[in-house]
Design a protein around this ligand. Structure first.
Ligand code: GRF
Length: 219
């Protein structure tokens, strides 16, 4: 009997139809998570995890029939994420440092969105600091997570000019709108093979053209 005849049809389908999957990790409201779930272009969201059981984003994910999990303890949280065998882990407002041993378990597969134009303004309070320090440009960065705080390799950025009468609230709202465009774009392009993360971050010509048209900045 030929080998293929011995393999059940449904198993063949599963092997052929590998769906690129992502688990999203949040700590709070989950607006980036929501946008990633609504997009699911080329990828599927196979779970949402949070270190806070009260994170409002969890209920939103549940409303989309996405499996959710919360645990204050990091080993439990990351064991659940690993159980989903995701192609990518998407940090979206996850307010904890990822341990080096966890990063080693998901090499170049954990990415984060940070509300500033890295390497400027790593850490917290990016909008307030941008205003107080008199920055002229501000924006958002999607990057690979490494062992530092917001130091990982940059995948893509979107920027804006800070206006004269800008307040922290107006700036936060304008940056968030950019975040909601940039993060799903990056994930879709990784899922479709237009952006590679390993061994280095590289882009297809199509991804570069599309980024230029959308005003996104690539390294
Ligand atoms: C976003 O500004 C993101 O860049 C930062 O945390 C915030 C999360 O917002 N890492 P939300 O929970 O996605 O609405």
């Amino acid at each position: 009997m030929p080998l293929c005849a011995a393999i059940p049809v449904c198993y063949i389908c599963l092997m052929i139809a590998h769906r690129f999957s992502a688990v999203i990790v949040i700590s709070g409201r989950g607006s980036n998570m929501k946008r990633l779930i609504e997009t699911q272009d080329g990828y599927c969201v196979s779970g949402v995890a949070s270190n806070r059981s009260a994170a409002p984003g969890l209920a939103i994910a549940q409303g989309h029939d996405i499996p959710i999990f919360s645990a204050a303890q990091k080993p439990e949280l990351w064991d659940w994420i690993a159980s989903k065998a995701p192609d990518l882990v998407l940090l979206a407002g996850y307010m904890q440092i990822v341990a080096p041993e966890t990063i080693a378990k998901f090499p170049r597969k954990i990415i984060n969105i940070h509300p500033a134009l890295l390497p400027a303004l790593p850490g917290l309070d990016t909008h307030g600091r941008a205003l107080r320090e008199g920055h002229k440009r501000h924006g958002v960065t999607v990057h690979i997570v490494d062992c530092g705080v917001d130091t990982g390799e940059i995948i893509a950025q979107a920027g804006l000019d800070i206006e004269t009468n800008e307040t922290e609230e107006s700036l936060a709202a304008r940056v968030l709108a950019l975040e909601h465009q940039l993060y799903p774009w990056v994930v879709s392009n990784i899922a479709k093979g237009e952006i590679s993360l390993s061994p280095t971050v590289t882009f297809s010509a199509a991804a570069r053209n599309d980024a230029t048209q959308r005003g996104f900045l690539l390294p």
